[in-house]
Write a protein that binds this ligand. Structure first.
Ligand SMILES: Nc1nc2c(ncn2[C@@H]2O[C@H](COP(=O)(O)OP(=O)(O)O)[C@@H](O)[C@H]2O)c(=O)[nH]1
Ligand SMILES: [Mg+2]
Length: 455
């Protein structure tokens, strides 16, 4: 794909379609003012910057609406271009007519994310900030909002720039040696170099490590509830939710499909999946299918809750559930053992795990806290903007990989400096993709196509 031309004047509805008290239509581009002047009056000679005016919108001589309109002069606008924001009445007829008037006056309909793309191209936002705008709009929890906002404010970009600065410093040292080819690197300088590059690699990996938590913050923490049939999975889900989402029954194998429910815990979105029990003796084809779905859900979870009913001795299904949970867990997923039905006399010696009862509410708070502990820590560790995009995670890993190769080279008896410089440039390049300094067009179009039209 090809990046859209920024010289066009674009128009879009910035608010959701459908009837509403008000709607906002945005025009941006070099001809935004003259385009608006063709259907808005009284005549707009030199509209004042950021001043709201009440204007008539006319289709020929026919009045369509009277709308509060704000003019932003380049570069002091969201996109960095001349921009007009029309706040009209939110009738689908009015908004459609205004969009048509703008298009007849020379504007073209904006593509998804095109306003933000322009903001990036015009240097109003770097790429990490620009892509977080999409997450800010989509944020469904306090934590997702906080992480996205911090990133829009440039928190992540500052960290990346600091890493880049350190890499540039190392590169300058190597390049100075390269220019002065007769001089050998003294052991003292070499050990300082190794120390600095090791520190840089560690900082890069530490930042990348926040991604597991960051993804959970942005998309919701995926928690799967698993265990033997009748271990109390559906009951636990219902107790956590505070309403009966799942059918609870004394007969094993009641839950045959996977079932999802969302809950906000401590400002984080948690997405629960209740599964069919991993029954060692499944016979019915429906139960087998349910188990297949359970297996998929377990392998995609951030947290696996493995339940054991304390009121029964250990069964073959318990052993199977434990083994499968261990085998299926995704890298980085956490396994939390939960002992259920602790209001009943214990028939099994349970080692470790959070002790719960759905009858009297024991342990439910402790369990809620455990579910969001990792995400909470990500914020507490000073990671105000934990890595929330896979793209950033991969770039950080790539940068750390280059630094690893660099270190191996520098430990050789006569370090090949040319090659060392290459790896440092590779590091800078990988970090630069996060800020969009070295991001190819495909990456840009990929990022912005997921935005809404009008943002
Ligand atoms: N006494 C007691 N019974 C429970 C508790 N949790 C679940 N049960 C019972 O255990 C049986 C199986 O529960 P269910 O949630 O359907 O288990 P699942 O098959 O793992 O989903 C039902 O009869 C529940 O009422 C609990 O905390 N205490
Ligand atoms: Mg169930």
């Amino acid at each position: 794909m090809h990046l859209p031309d920024t010289e066009r004047t674009i128009v879009a509805l910035a608010t959701p379609p459908g009837a509403a008290a008000l709607a906002i239509i945005r025009l941006s581009g070099p001809a935004a003012f003259s385009t608006a002047a063709k259907f808005m009056g009284p005549p707009l000679t030199t509209p004042a910057h950021r001043l709201a005016r009440l204007l008539d919108i006319r289709d020929g001589s026919r009045l369509i609406d009277r709308a509060v309109t704000v003019f932003f002069k380049a570069p002091a606008s969201y996109t960095g271009q001349d921009t007009v924001e029309i706040t009209c009445h939110g009738s689908p007829y009015i908004t459609r007519t205004i969009l048509n008037l703008a298009i007849r006056s020379g504007a073209s309909l904006a593509a998804p994310g095109e306003f933000t793309l322009r903001a990036f191209i015009n240097g109003k936002l770097d790429l990490a900030q620009a892509e977080a705008v999409g997450s800010l709009v989509a944020a469904g929890s306090e934590a997702a909002h906080r992480a996205a906002l911090a990133q829009v404010q440039g928190e992540m970009s500052r960290k990346i720039r600091a890493l880049k600065q350190a890499a540039l410093h190392l590169l300058a040292g190597v390049e100075a040696r390269l220019d002065d080819s007769h001089e050998e690197i003294t052991p003292v300088k070499l050990s300082a170099f190794l120390r600095e590059s090791g520190k840089l690699k560690k900082e890069t990996l530490d930042l990348a490590a926040g991604f597991e938590a960051g993804r959970g913050i942005r998309e919701g923490i995926r928690v799967v509830i698993t265990g033997a049939p009748n271990s109390g999975k559906s009951s636990l889900l219902n107790s956590l939710l505070g309403y009966d989402r799942a059918i609870v029954s004394t007969s094993a194998g009641t839950t045959r499909d996977t079932l999802e429910a969302k809950l906000e815990i401590g400002g984080f979105t948690v997405i629960f999946t209740d599964t069919a029990g991993l029954n060692a003796a499944a016979r019915h084809p429906l139960e087998t299918e349910g188990i297949r779905r359970a297996i998929t859900a377990i392998s995609q979870a951030d947290i696996i809750l493995l339940l054991k009913d304390c009121s029964t001795p250990r069964t073959a299904s318990d052993t199977l559930a434990q083994r499968r949970a261990g085998e299926l867990a995704a890298p980085g997923a956490a396994l939390i053992k939960v002992i259920t039905k602790t209001d009943l006399p214990a028939k099994t010696r349970a080692a470790g795990g959070i002790k719960t009862s759905c009858r009297n509410g024991t342990g439910l708070d402790a369990l809620r806290r455990a579910l969001v502990a990792r995400q909470k820590k990500a914020f507490r560790d000073g990671a105000q903007a934990p890595v929330i995009f896979a793209r950033h995670f991969e770039a950080l890993r790539a940068a750390a990989g280059e630094l690893g190769k660099l270190q191996a080279l520098m430990k050789q008896r006569t370090p090949p400096l040319e090659l060392a410089a290459e790896h440092l440039r590779g590091t800078l390049n990988a970090l630069g993709t996060i800020l969009g300094e070295t991001a190819p067009e495909e990456i840009l179009s990929d990022i912005f196509k997921n935005f809404c039209v009008g943002k």
